[in-house]
Design a protein around this ligand. Structure first.
Ligand SMILES: [Ca+2]
Length: 270
């Protein structure tokens, strides 16, 4: 990243936005496994017509990063409004594409106003890799988003090195636990111990926890035992292009049949 985020480069980024690659969004639901309701949908970048996110992300350069980041937000909000999304909308953003937090949020606010999508339903997710570069800059962005009533999330928590450091400086609304911790968690005592500690820590800080990358009923049940009921992953639904996919028939029932009338166990009970 050659651009310094807090310089007047931001003005140039707005005047000379570069050409962003063509793309669209797929959506993946995040399930509230207590109520069975959809808590949120995450918007995920895809090539038009389908394919891998990397087909698009591989075309991002320093020149088009700003335009791409802005276009992602507008696309996600427009599609969410078109599809009648009633849940939260999680948008991944690139902190290094934001130069001046107040100016760079304008297109997001305009897209929300134009489409009638409530800004209070928007959650911005940021990954550990990105944020570790400049925590102060990220906090300025997050504070600006909060000022407008949007929520913030730390993505891929537990996959990198700086999560706890950042958490000490800034508490987001949501922490998303990375699939590196949730994969096969029911067979791994160490992963369970770490994840339980994260859940306890977040509960004490008033932060909502989502577990991502859930691919099996056993993983989902184990995470519920650890006190985490917001779940995302292929077990419930694969991302679907420009659509809001339903949760797989039987997935929620699969959880309920294991523990009828179950409420999440008290943290620290295991
Ligand atoms: Ca994400």
């Amino acid at each position: 990243m050659s651009l310094s985020p807090r310089t007047s480069v931001g003005c140039r980024a707005c005047r000379e936005p570069g050409i962003a690659p063509e793309f669209t969004m797929a959506f993946q639901p995040i399930l509230d496994s207590d109520s069975g309701a959809i808590y949120a949908h995450e918007a995920l970048v895809r090539p038009v017509g389908g394919g891998s996110a990397y087909d698009v992300l591989g075309q991002i350069t320093d020149e088009n990063r700003y335009a791409f980041d802005q276009a992602c937000r507008v696309k996600a909000i427009s599609l969410a409004a078109e599809l009648g999304m009633r849940s939260l909308l999680n948008i991944n953003f690139l902190p290094n594409a934001v130069y001046q937090p107040a100016a760079c949020i304008r297109a997001t606010l305009e897209a929300a106003a134009r489409t009638g999508f409530p800004v209070t339903q928007i959650v911005f997710e940021v990954t550990e890799d990105e944020r570790s570069r400049d925590a102060k800059h990220l906090m300025a962005i997050f504070n600006e988003y909060k000022r407008h009533g949007m929520r913030t999330a730390i993505d891929d928590f537990g996959a990198g090195h700086s999560g706890l450091n950042l958490l000490a400086q800034f508490q987001p609304d949501i922490v998303k636990i990375d699939m590196a911790l949730t994969r096969e968690i029911h067979t791994d005592r160490v992963r369970r111990t770490i994840t339980r500690s994260i859940a306890q820590m977040c509960a004490q800080l008033g932060i909502t926890v989502i577990a991502e990358g859930i691919e099996s009923r056993d993983e989902a049940l184990c995470l519920r035992d650890l006190g985490i009921h917001l779940l995302q992953g292929f077990y419930f639904a694969r991302p679907q292009l420009e659509a809001l996919p339903p949760v797989a028939a039987g997935a929620l029932e699969g959880l309920r049949s294991a523990f009828p009338l179950r409420t999440p166990l008290a943290l620290g009970a295991h």
